[in-house]
Design a protein around this ligand. Structure first.
Ligand code: PMP
Ligand code: GLU
Length: 400
């Protein structure tokens, strides 16, 4: 029988490598292999009890039916309150759409905003999904490569050069997955001014806004000018801040017409995000916030440990992130060398050999647009981090 003839666009994207490698690591663990898993971009903490209980109550109360496609009013209003109190942004209910995770929010933004061939500036190293989403809906990802020396933040010249008459949007993730890079207000102001000069829309992915270190306080791009407020779509969600990755609730705030288009698309595709998860997210945003700071403190301790430990390994250098829960060590000094007779040509070879022989799961930098690096998530226990670093050291000592 002939193979199915799939839509051309599905052939343009690869499966998410972050999800693929975490699934493989979980499978190996289930099969009894003692894998240290640095691949998953999800907090290892349990979802706080008050949030879980809100979901249990919603089931007991029978809140188990369809809701409005863009989310329940109480949750949309809670997002309005949260953005006002935390970021000083004034929205109304019609400026908020609740989606099935921030990933779904970003997908819907691309789907309602981009025409075939519209260009989106994406700053590399980028989260795997940005490029895939833009390509899938027919847009063109224009990649701006950053360097460790510049703290993985693009220079003004790089951004200016990337603009063409087809540029429709710039997507900024602050703090950044996979590097942990953080932007200063001046960095963001430049982007906002460039956008205004060229009539460009902005996406501000703020999903890691609460996971910040050394006193860094992210400022939302949307607050930086009237233009920025009108033309920025702020994306966020409960996955990272409240350790709720499986609940699948994200949201977008911004222009009411764009939000309306996103809700229309949801009404004809997913319908509403799960009713029960919406109740849990409402409790997350409006209930006790103590757990957020407790988790942040743990992340900062782990960051301090892992950065020092990586930098003490010969051949590895690691940028110290001020946000998110990833480190992005440079391992390119091992390229061209061999591990037990096997040549290491790039981050993929390095990651595969490390998993196969030392049972440490990491994501190759190539998945994020820079082959010289690895991404390691430190959203795992300090004991696991210590053991994983020990194994990584043993691995690189065998590379000749
Ligand atoms: N943006 C970034 C930068 C991320 O790392 C993630 C992680 N999944 C998301 C968005 C999406 O998160 P979720 O869909 O779980 O809300
Ligand atoms: N965002 C997380 C990561 O980068 C979760 C996996 C995914 O959605 O890609 O690992």
């Amino acid at each position: 029988m002939s193979r199915p003839k799939l839509n051309r666009r599905i052939g343009l994207i690869q499966p998410s490598m972050t999800i693929g490698i975490s699934a493989k690591a979980k499978e190996l663990r289930a099969a009894g292999v003692n894998v240290i898993n640095f691949s998953a971009g999800e907090p290892d903490f349990d979802t706080p009890d008050n949030i879980k209980m809100a979901a249990v109550k919603s089931i007991a109360d029978g809140f188990t039916k369809y809701t409005a496609a863009g989310g329940i009013n109480e949750l949309r209003d809670a997002v309005v309150e949260k953005e006002k109190n935390k970021n000083g942004l004034e929205y109304k209910r019609e400026n908020v759409c609740i989606s099935v995770g921030a990933k779904h929010a970003l997908f819907n933004i691309a789907a309602v905003m981009l025409e075939e061939g519209d260009e989106v500036i994406i700053i590399a190293p980028y989260w795997v999904t940005y490029e895939a989403i833009v390509s899938y809906v027919g847009g063109k990802a224009v990649i701006v490569n950053t360097t460790e020396e510049n703290g993985f933040v693009p220079t003004k010249e790089q951004l200016e050069k990337a603009i063409t008459p087809k540029t429709k949007m710039i997507w900024v993730n602050n703090p950044t997955n996979p590097t942990g890079a953080t932007y200063t207000v001046d960095d963001l102001k430049f982007i906002v001014e460039l956008a205004e000069k060229n009539d460009i829309w902005l996406v501000s992915d703020e999903i890691y806004e609460d996971i910040v270190f050394d006193g860094y306080k992210p400022v939302s791009m949307a607050t930086l000018s009237d233009y920025a407020y009108e033309r920025t779509l702020v994306v966020n969600g409960v996955s990272k801040t409240y350790s709720m990755t499986g609940w699948r609730i994200g949201y977008t705030c911004g222009d009411a017409e764009v939000i309306g288009a996103m809700i229309k698309l949801q009404s004809q595709s997913t319908s509403n995000p799960t009713s029960i998860a919406q109740c849990a997210a409402l409790e997350a945003l409006t209930g006790d916030q103590d757990s957020v700071e407790k988790m942040r403190v743990q992340f900062e301790k782990r960051r301090d440990y892992i950065v020092d430990a990586l930098n003490s390994i010969e051949g590895i250098s690691c940028f110290k992130p001020k946000g998110a829960f990833y480190v992005f060590p440079n391992i390119s000094s091992f390229f061209g060398k061999e591990y037990e007779g096997k040549k290491i040509n790039g981050s993929m070879d390095f990651a595969e050999l490390l998993l196969e022989h030392h049972h440490v799961a990491v994501v190759p930098g190539i998945a994020f647009g820079d082959d010289r690096f690895l991404r390691m998530s430190f959203a795992t226990s300090l004991e696991d981090i210590q053991e994983g670093i020990k194994r990584l050291k043993e691995f690189v000592e065998k590379i000749k």
